[in-house]
Design a protein. Structure first.
Length: 200
């Protein structure tokens, strides 16, 4: 009975974005991902390190005695523990993972375990951030997340969305359907498996 109730609860997904630049463009891709998840009935929340004023890493969340971590870390730890999957929206800085994204991710560990991650990568150039996405797969695996096979790469990120994340090419929703459907499949599969326990 508890399993059926859990399955009926909407999937919960933090959409983690990692740029704090004044002139940032990837926020448009993050809003697109957020809206596509919400359109599919998913309880998705945008995690914006700029809005959260997320600190540079000093102590990981788990290094704080219970109840003493900064409020923003408590809030994210609670959300991440309840999450069914993580949507990671990553740019590419010098072929690698943007520092604000890595910094936010590094604050947590066990909170991510046994859940899938889907990578939506982007760049201002033609390659859509895929080099950073490949590095992210390594990092997310170390953090206990299973990355889904599909990526959602976006080239020329500044030009292909309006500020609110609406794609200028209406076919974008069609192109991205496989990515979102795959992510949902993995979240449902792993949610069901977590109901009967995790290895540790
Ligand atoms: C420090 C830095 C390094 C960058 N390196 C790359 C790169 O390696 N490959 C690429 O395609 N674009 C690169 N760019 C361009 C970014 O893809 C583009 O500025 C993008 O909008 C950055 O994401 P953001 O606006 O969300 O911060 C770089 C930008 C910055 C600021």
């Amino acid at each position: 009975m508890a399993q059926i109730a859990a399955r009926m609860k909407p999937l919960l997904v933090p959409v983690i974005y990692g740029s704090v630049r004044t002139a940032r463009q990837g926020i448009k891709a993050a809003r697109f991902v957020l809206h596509e998840l919400q359109r599919r009935g998913i309880d998705a929340t945008l995690i914006d390190p700029l809005e959260k004023q997320f600190p540079l890493l000093d102590r990981m969340y788990k290094e704080f005695p219970k109840g003493t971590a900064p409020a923003v870390m408590e809030e994210l730890a609670d959300l991440f523990r309840r999450a069914d999957g993580f949507a990671i929206v990553s740019g590419e800085y010098n072929n690698g993972i943007p520092p604000a994204l890595k910094n936010l991710l590094d604050h947590f560990l066990e909170e991510y375990f046994w859940r899938p991650a889907a990578i939506a990568c982007y760049s201002g150039g033609r390659w859509g951030g895929v080099r950073a996405a490949m590095q992210l797969r390594m990092t997310l695996a170390e953090m206990g997340m299973v990355t889904i096979p599909s990526l959602l790469p976006t080239a020329n990120v500044g030009e292909v969305f309006t500020d609110d994340g609406t794609p200028t090419d209406p076919k974008m929703q069609q192109y991205s359907a496989e990515f979102f459907n795959e992510f949902i499949w993995y979240m449902e599969a792993l949610r069901e498996r977590r109901q009967s326990g995790v290895p540790y």
